[in-house]
Design a protein around this ligand. Structure first.
Ligand SMILES: Nc1ncnc2c1ncn2[C@@H]1O[C@H](COP(=O)(O)OP(=O)(O)O)[C@@H](O)[C@H]1O
Ligand SMILES: [Mg+2]
Length: 243
């Protein structure tokens, strides 16, 4: 999967289309998307609600399959893997951060963060130790035992960043991670995500971060911004950088 410059893209999409439904209910969510996600980069995908951002990252992650076109991630073509193999490849390679945090309310922070490791069969004691280290990395080493309700929104999102990173994924996929946060907390989370894009994994391989957002406050954290409209990439709208 070398490109002409000799770099290995982590993710490569060519001519990707995604259609939901059929007949009068048909929605063409993606209409011919080409994209390379390169190691070490913080890539921001921006565009209005409904333009296809979540669909695109779901296809990148193998959660949805494309209707047409070619999708490669980490050397896999998702469509060629069984559901089980896909689930394993996703767990090993991708961490997720969502707008709504998606923490388990009954569990203390440390156990929330340990979940991806426990699912992968890491022994409990080791999983908790790594979860504590991951929480310390996001500045929450003193809140390990707090359940989500005792943490602010900004802290809860940092817990979910710790959870996304605990398994040392090569790609972090973040869907509107700052939409529920005020400016200060949004900045703190974006700092963490930017730092995450500079990591290497446990095998020394460069990682990448994709942030889907329509939060113009966080544009300055990106290495690259791609704008979407109606299921396609478009040139930057005039004035987009002044927002
Ligand atoms: N499961 C689905 N079934 C039918 N339509 C969908 C589905 N998921 C998304 N869509 C439609 O696809 C388009 C793109 O949606 P989405 O990717 O969620 O956009 P964004 O994340 O940019 O807001 C929208 O018109 C949306 O209504
Ligand atoms: Mg969305």
């Amino acid at each position: 999967m070398n490109d002409t410059t000799g770099h290995d893209a982590l993710v490569r999409l060519r001519g990707v289309h995604k259609t939901f439904g059929e007949g009068r209910a048909e929605v063409r969510a993606l209409r011919g998307v080409d994209l390379d996600v390169n190691p070490g980069e913080m890539l921001m995908l921006m565009g209005p609600s409904g333009c296809g951002k979540t669909t695109l990252i779901s296809i990148i992650s193998g959660v949805l399959s494309q209707s047409q076109g070619n999708v490669e991630a980490f050397g896999y073509q998702w469509e060629k893997l069984s559901e089980d193999a896909k689930a394993i490849a996703r767990a090993q390679n991708i961490g997720y951060v969502f707008q709504q945090f998606h923490l388990v309310p009954q569990l203390p922070a440390i156990e929330n963060v340990a979940v991806p490791l426990l699912i992968r069969g890491v022994p409990r004691e080791q999983a908790l130790r790594r979860a504590a280290a991951s929480l310390t990395d996001v500045g929450l080493g003193d809140r390990l035992d707090d359940p989500p309700r005792q943490l602010s929104g900004g802290m809860q999102q940092r817990v979910s960043v710790a959870r996304a990173l605990v398994g040392q994924p090569r790609l972090l996929v973040c869907d509107e991670p700052t939409a529920n946060l005020d400016a200060d907390n949004g900045h703190a989370v974006m700092e963490l995500l930017r730092k995450a894009s500079r990591r290497t994994d446990d095998q020394g391989r460069a990682c990448a971060v994709i942030v889907v957002t329509h939060d113009a406050r966080v544009e300055s954290f990106a290495d690259r911004i791609e704008y979407m409209e109606d299921g396609r990439f478009v040139d930057a709208p005039v004035g987009a950088h002044q927002a």
